[in-house]
Design a protein around this ligand. Structure first.
Ligand SMILES: Nc1ncnc2c1ncn2[C@@H]1O[C@H](COP(=O)(O)OP(=O)(O)OP(=O)(O)O)[C@@H](O)[C@H]1O
Ligand SMILES: NC(=O)NCCC[C@H](N)C(=O)O
Ligand SMILES: N[C@@H](CC(=O)O)C(=O)O
Length: 400
């Protein structure tokens, strides 16, 4: 009796996930492997991926287009939360994992599978994200992770695959491990593992090197409705169009490159290169619009929540009670976050140069130093007297 009879495997088409198919059947006694490749806008033809799964021994090979849900249900809430892990990483890969997990659980139900599987290693974050998300949606479903247990080197994995008709990579495979979707690229491994070395230009695809960016600045205007990006330069855009167009415009000016040492949940530090032009620009613009439309206390309180929210996404707790509770708070704050933000793109920088909102809390008569000033300067004296009371009492005690 194997570990499971029928398994839905999260399939990316690479060597590891392809080898998972015969491995699950031969070593773990699985009778049927159904593969599921999620189309997250990675820009890769998925028909060959679908066929490769069948050639590798899958009984059924599914391709599901989840792009729209990815942007609407995952990226947009993350933008509303200004979610950036450790102040740098806009979470492109981390946001995709719970959605793939959801598709796996749905397929498992539809095909009456008793397990789901993925090809993550045992030292990364993704295994945690898949496993915890699946458990949250269906605690009875088994989760198999062959690559976490098989202990094969890359060469051994390729050799194992060849025994079962899985071709070794035709072109010289990239020295990098790259995860790509509509929200960006995450690049690891190869020379990047030396954190003292500058990443070679070849790792980048969505962002231009500064030397190649236009010599004139470009201005863009992003419109938000209740914290959700809705227009670009005055034109309504559907979610996928908006992200794609922004990736192109912003990346063209070299904005959205990130080179960081990041703390993984499993306790190790890893050197990560990211490209995420649209997300970087959108979160910057969204945060700015909040500064115009939210009261100071809500803004400041929300900044603390944002840190936790980013950690929840990174640490695989997208489907969790704390995340749901924070979502409710964040949604409430977004009611008034509508308006436009003007951004200047130039030589690797995105600078906010203007913002407007019908819900603006900026009051010119209160802010001005000019003749229209309506601020009661005299009232400040009493305010400061009371505000400073505890300090005065403390200072008197200290000095006596
Ligand atoms: N687009 C996708 N659709 C379904 N599952 C995916 C997709 N991308 C990644 N996965 C799953 O996430 C796991 C981890 O992804 P990761 O980027 O580390 O591996 P990969 O390089 O894509 O896979 P491989 O090692 O086969 O090349 C994969 O093994 C696979 O199970
Ligand atoms: N190249 C990859 O497969 N990267 C996946 C992980 C990216 C990033 N460090 C994360 O944990 O989300
Ligand atoms: N996807 C990679 C990296 C990660 O999960 O952080 C792995 O499976 O190891």
């Amino acid at each position: 009796m194997g570990r499971a009879k029928k398994v839905v495997l999260a399939y990316s088409g690479g060597v590891d996930t392809s080898v998972c198919i015969p491995y699950l059947k031969q070593e773990w006694g699985v009778e049927e492997v159904i593969t599921l490749a999620a189309d997250l806008g990675q820009g890769e033809e998925l028909e060959p991926v679908r066929e490769k799964a069948l050639k590798s021994g899958a009984t059924e090979s599914l391709v599901v287009n989840v792009q729209e849900s990815f942007i609407k249900d995952y990226a947009f809430p993350a933008i509303q939360a200004n979610a950036i892990y450790e102040n740098r990483y806009p979470l492109a890969t981390a946001l995709a994992r719970p959605l793939i997990a959801k598709a796996l659980v749905e397929a498992a139900q539809k095909y009456e599978a008793d397990a789901v599987a993925h090809g993550c290693t045992g030292k990364g974050n993704d295994q945690v994200r898949f496993d915890v998300a699946v458990t949250a949606m269906n605690p009875d479903l088994k989760i198999l992770a062959p690559a976490r247990e098989w202990g094969m080197s890359r060469e051994e994995t390729i050799a194992y695959g060849e025994r079962f008709g899985i071709p070794s990579p035709v072109k010289k495979s990239s020295p990098y491990s790259i995860d790509k979707n509509l929200l960006g690229r995450s690049i690891e491994a190869g020379v990047l593992e030396d954190p003292s070395q500058e990443p070679p230009e070849e790792v980048y695809e969505m962002t231009k090197a500064i030397v190649d960016t236009p010599n004139e600045p470009e201005y863009i205007e992003i419109g938000f409705v209740k914290g959700i990006p809705a227009t670009l330069n005055g034109e309504s855009k559907n979610p996928i169009e908006l992200i794609s167009k922004l990736n192109q415009l912003v990346g063209n000016h070299g904005v959205g490159r990130i080179d960081m040492i990041e703390n993984r949940l499993v306790g190790i530090k890893s050197r990560e290169i990211y490209e995420s032009p649209a997300m970087v620009a959108l979160i910057q613009a969204h945060r700015d619009l909040e500064s115009l439309t939210l009261t100071g206390d809500v803004t400041q309180y929300k900044r603390g929540i944002e840190e936790t929210y980013s950690q929840l996404i990174y640490n695989g707790l997208w489907f969790s009670p704390l995340k749901a509770a924070l979502d409710a708070f964040i949604q409430q704050t977004q009611e008034r976050v509508s308006g436009t933000v003007r951004m200047k793109l130039f030589k690797g920088n995105a600078t906010i140069v203007g913002r407007r909102s019908d819900n603006s809390l900026y009051n010119p008569e209160m802010a001005t130093y000019g003749a229209e000033d309506r601020f009661d300067h005299k009232a400040a004296e009493g305010f400061i007297y009371i505000w400073g009371m505890p300090t005065r009492i403390w200072a008197g005690q200290n000095n006596s």
